[in-house]
Design a protein around this ligand. Structure first.
Ligand SMILES: N[C@@H](CCC(=O)N[C@@H](CS)C(=O)NCC(=O)O)C(=O)O
Length: 210
């Protein structure tokens, strides 16, 4: 008899690089420990030798193996629980979306952590141009799949939809109305957040700024 692995997802109290994995857990209805360490705890944990790259997020499985790198963790969980596409081509299309979402995240992060207000405004202006070109491309990709009436890849939600949702939650940091210019993507985000297990998670998750 196989038993469900004991998972601990270790990160800070932020959505950032862990939220997509938390959404996969939620959508799959899989139990896990959502460990949110403080910066003080991290100072001692960092050099403990436990974390492959001395960074988080990390996924601990059955108290032993620690998997690092947010997208490796997400891809593993998506494969385990059926959110990673059904063929190698579907998986590759999902990866393509995941990778472009990383570009969105890096831009948002730069804006969010910039202390200098002038530089922040510059990053914002540059980033809106980039985000618009990425979203225009993503909308085309979405529409090419069933006219954009479902999800990014195939007929069911995948972790690409979760990742996109998570990144679009950051729109207020650069252009709160950006999705109004991409109605099909706006509807996709709404569809994703309406999946009952996801809606339940969004309601109960800790509220964090980033
Ligand atoms: N490429 C890595 C980046 C991980 C990363 O930058 N982690 C940051 C938090 S988002 C971290 O651990 N910072 C604390 C430190 O480096 O000590 C991933 O996607 O997981």
């Amino acid at each position: 008899m196989s038993t469900m692995p004991q998972y601990r997802l270790i990160y800070f109290n932020a959505r950032a690089r862990a939220e997509t994995s938390r959404m996969i857990f939620a959508a799959a209805g899989v139990e896990y420990e959502d460990v949110r360490i403080t910066k003080e705890q991290w100072r001692t944990e960092k050099s403990s030798g436990k974390y492959p790259f001395d960074q988080v997020p990390c996924l601990e499985i059955d108290g032993k193996f620690v998997l690092a790198q947010s997208r490796a963790i997400g891809r593993y969980l998506a494969n385990e629980y059926g959110f990673a596409g059904r063929s190698n081509l579907e998986k590759a299309k999902i990866d393509m979306i995941i990778d472009v979402c990383e570009e969105l995240y890096v831009g948002v992060r730069q804006i969010f952590f910039e202390k200098d207000e002038t530089k922040k405004a510059e990053h914002k202006a540059d980033f809106v141009v980039k985000a618009d070109s990425i979203l225009a491309a993503l909308e085309k990709i979405h529409v090419a799949n069933n006219g954009g009436s479902g999800f990014f890849v195939g007929n069911l939600p995948t972790w690409a939809d979760f990742e996109f949702f998570v990144r679009m939650e950051y729109a207020p940091f650069f252009d709160v109305a950006i999705l109004d210019r991409y109605p099909k993507l706006k509807a996709l985000v709404e569809r994703t957040s309406s999946i009952p297990q996801i809606a339940a998670w969004l309601k109960k998750r800790p509220k964090t700024e980033f």
